[in-house]
Design a protein around this ligand. Structure first.
Ligand SMILES: [Zn+2]
Length: 479
């Protein structure tokens, strides 16, 4: 190769610019362009430890392309929190931290997602795709601590540890082969999809102790620059280590091995930065609110190791809709779903191919789809809580055949085709394995309580949310 880092750095320093991008065509494969971002430290910041990405065969754009591919797969495979408020909070906090990252002029497309997993963990894919487990939010004592975990993850992105490490670590050949394939070569791309990009991407997340130290140091600088108490980062990791004594270590440490003298190193960096500023922020009311929101999210059961693989998920719902007419209402549904009308002329189910499964006892159960049914409820229609009372009866009827069904979000008043309705979220065991989310909408009609039930496994619910809302928007009552 004939290129040494020292020479590149020396070349950058003579320019006097803050960041200098140096690209060199090296004779690897089909002419890979190697770029290094060389930072020249301004005098005012000379005290802080200068960190920059190590040798890397990927370009930053390839980090982004690879990370995006793996992130899309991760979003499909992981149970996401699917809570817009939590995602918005993580995004707003994450972007505030990312603004303090030295990225050498690369515009990373930062994205932040909440994962509905109680394990205390977080990870960032190359290119800036950050996933934070609910468990990490629940374990953090304050906003500065969760900001510390995120600053640590973002530091891995800016220092490009994922692809840098993938070159050195065990099995690197395979990852690079698959990643390269995924970035252009059609055959390799297909193979990556089959293998699951997310599983293959696991190698991108296993860091060395040196990378951990660097991420701690840069993370501490980012926390400091964002106005947080920079001690929070190490405090959170110390707390995790204390909790793991005598128990299984948190998942976080299998990808992020604890470097030696973690706290001492962070403390050294803080003194280089000039100590903890008196105005350093520790917590916010917003964080406390988000933490309560996260604690209230339904828990997703993890499949037991060795459990049979879940049946293949159905094809995504079509954006084209077909019409359905019942005796007292009309609606539209995705045209690639089948309809299963009840004999009463009112109830009906709609499900994609593969959406109706055996529930394990020889009965068909709907795992993905939409159900309309009518229930005769005993209510006084003059009662101002008639719809609430009727909805409780509907839920009890459903619970008789679904003993593990639970209300996860209390009923809220909504309107359906202009009529007053109640929206209730429930969880249940999914015939596809794991939990499912059931979104129930109830409306009082002359023929009884009409229930519209949207069903999908919790891990896939985010892929159906919009379709369910679209179906409900098309409901028209005949009078
Ligand atoms: Zn780490």
């Amino acid at each position: 190769m004939g290129i040494h880092r020292a020479e590149l750095r020396a070349a950058g320093e003579t320019t006097g610019q803050t960041h200098r991008r140096l690209c060199v065509r090296v004779a690897v494969g089909a002419g890979v362009v190697l770029c290094l971002f060389v930072s020249v430290v301004p005098r005012a910041q000379a005290q802080r430890t200068a960190l920059k990405p190590g040798w890397n065969m990927f370009t930053p754009q390839q980090d982004i392309d690879l990370g995006k591919k793996v992130a899309l797969d991760a979003e499909k495979q992981l149970p996401l929190c699917n809570d817009p408020k939590v995602d918005a909070y993580l995004t707003q906090l994450g972007l505030r931290l990312a603004a303090k990252l030295p990225t050498g002029g690369v515009a990373y497309p930062f994205e932040f997602h909440c994962v509905n997993d109680k394990a205390i963990n977080a990870f960032a894919l190359p290119g800036g795709y950050v996933f934070v487990n609910r468990g990490a939010i629940e374990a953090a004592d304050n906003e500065a601590q969760i900001a510390g975990v995120m600053a640590h993850e973002l530091s891995h992105v800016a220092l490009r540890h994922g692809t840098n490490h993938a070159l050195r670590g065990e099995g690197a050949e395979g990852v690079i082969g698959r990643a390269r394939g995924g970035l252009g070569d059609a055959t390799g791309g297909a193979r990556l999809t089959e293998l699951s990009a997310f599983a293959a991407g696991g190698v991108l997340l296993r860091y060395s102790r040196t990378a951990e130290s660097e991420a701690d140091t840069l993370g501490t600088q980012v926390l400091y620059d964002a106005g947080y108490d920079p001690r929070a980062l190490a405090q959170f990791f110390v707390k995790l280590e204390a909790e793991m004594k005598g128990k299984n270590p948190p998942e976080f440490f299998s990808d992020h091995p604890s470097p030696e003298h973690r706290v001492e190193r962070v403390d050294q960096e803080i003194s280089k930065l000039g100590g903890v500023p008196p105005s350093a922020k520790l917590d916010s009311r917003e964080f406390e609110w988000i933490k309560r929101e996260v604690l209230a999210l339904p828990v997703v059961k993890k499949p037991a190791p060795g459990a049979p693989a879940a049946p293949a998920a159905p094809a995504p719902p079509s954006a084209h809709f077909a019409s359905y007419q019942a005796s007292s209402y009309t609606l539209q549904y995705p045209e690639n779903w089948k309809k299963y009308p009840d004999k009463d002329g009112i109830g009906v189910s709609f499900a994609p191919e593969g959406g109706v499964l055996d529930d394990g006892s020889g009965h068909s159960a709907l795992a993905y789809g939409f159900i309309v049914s009518v229930t005769q409820a005993k209510v006084d229609s003059n009662d101002s809580n008639a719809l609430e009372n009727a909805t409780q009866q509907v839920v009890r009827v459903m619970q008789q055949s679904n003993p593990n069904m639970k209300i996860v979000r209390q009923s809220e008043r909504v309107r359906l085709n202009g009529r007053p309705g109640l929206s209730t979220y429930l969880s249940n065991d999914s015939p596809a394995g794991g939990s499912e989310t059931d979104w129930l909408l109830t409306v009082m009609r002359p023929e009884g309580i009409l229930s519209f039930i949207c069903v999908a496994p919790q891990s896939a619910y985010g892929n159906y949310d919009k379709t369910f809302s679209s179906i409900l928007d098309t409901v028209r009552f005949s009078k």
